[in-house]
Design a binder for this molecule. Structure first.
Ligand code: SF4
Length: 296
């Protein structure tokens, strides 16, 4: 049985952040590793494929020029596991990205790496969403552990997705707008065929996505590494594309979850053990813990 993630950081939404921003804002939607689906399944008793169908989503990442990686995610507007009291309903087995907060959050990256904007600027920029980060100074030990956790997550994601997709469709090449529009129309047809009743909801989502896709520059390559405006457009473009991938691959992903093999579970346990060790080290850093930890 997978072990629980140690709790070294506890949020107090009522006093420390703006309306549990991490759990409610669409832009902070957590990506879920295959192992996160397994862990949630352990806690709730729901089959991973059922969790996927009722609460899952796809997230796309621009991996390298002209390619987009399909990640699994969690519906997040607000998060489906957020209770009416503003608490996490699956706290003890919450997804890795949630458990790793603030160490696996983009907002924390410049703190950890010492790169990018200064800590002061970052704090100002994220202040509306991450007030709890204001007074945090990461210790050297925490910075190291945070970086290790991040690398482990990347390694696990790659390994688990490779096992999950079995080399069938880990990466969707999507280099031009024409490709996206083609997929857009295909998704509509696929969904209409699979679930004629569900097509209205999809039509609405696709309808919203279409103008964004049409505004996008002609290639993803053009968008990479450009100005901030171009980068924002890239994100809109990728977000719009998510609904298409979801329609195309929802059934395939559920099917893969239903047939997760022994190797995937062994991989999961290996990574889970390493992650537990790193999180324990974070927890043992008592001095910084006193600043980081907010006791409910
Ligand atoms: S799983 Fe829990 S911690 Fe993560 S976003 Fe949802 S409610 Fe928040």
């Amino acid at each position: 049985m997978p072990p629980s993630i140690p709790t070294y950081f506890r949020c107090d939404p009522s006093t420390l952040c703006d309306n549990v921003a991490c759990c409610t804002r669409p832009e902070s939607e957590p990506r879920l590793l295959v192992s996160d689906y397994l862990r949630l399944s352990e806690l709730t008793g729901e089959a991973p494929e059922h969790i996927w169908r009722t609460k899952g989503n796809v997230l796309l990442t621009a991996a390298e020029e002209g390619f987009v990686v399909v990640n699994l995610g969690l519906r997040h507007d607000p998060c489906v596991y957020l209770t009416p009291e503003g608490r996490c309903g699956v706290y003890e087995k919450r997804p890795t990205t949630c458990a790793g907060f603030p160490f696996l959050d983009n907002a924390a990256e410049p703190f950890l790496t010492g790169t990018g904007p200064t800590s002061k600027n970052v704090r100002k920029n994220v202040s509306h969403a991450y007030r709890c980060l204001h007074s945090i100074q990461f210790s050297a030990a925490q910075t190291r552990a945070g970086q290790e956790l991040y690398s482990l997550m990347m390694e696990e994601e790659e390994a688990m997705l490779r096992t999950f997709w079995k080399g069938e469709q880990p990466i969707i090449p999507c280099s031009t707008v024409d490709d996206v529009l083609g997929l857009y129309l295909t998704a509509h047809r696929v969904q209409a065929h699979r679930d004629p009743k569900g097509v209205d909801e999809l039509s609405n989502r696709l309808h919203t996505a279409r103008p964004i896709i049409q505004q996008a520059p002609s290639t993803i390559q053009e968008q990479m590494g450009g100005t901030q405006q171009v980068q924002q457009l890239t994100f809109s473009y990728i977000n719009a594309f998510e609904v298409v991938v979801y329609a195309l691959y929802q059934d395939d992903i559920a099917e893969h979850f239903a047939h997760l093999d022994r190797n995937a579970r062994i991989d999961f346990q290996r990574f889970d053990k390493e992650r537990k060790k790193i999180l324990r080290r974070l927890e043992e850093d008592q001095k910084q813990l006193a600043r980081l930890r907010i006791i409910r």
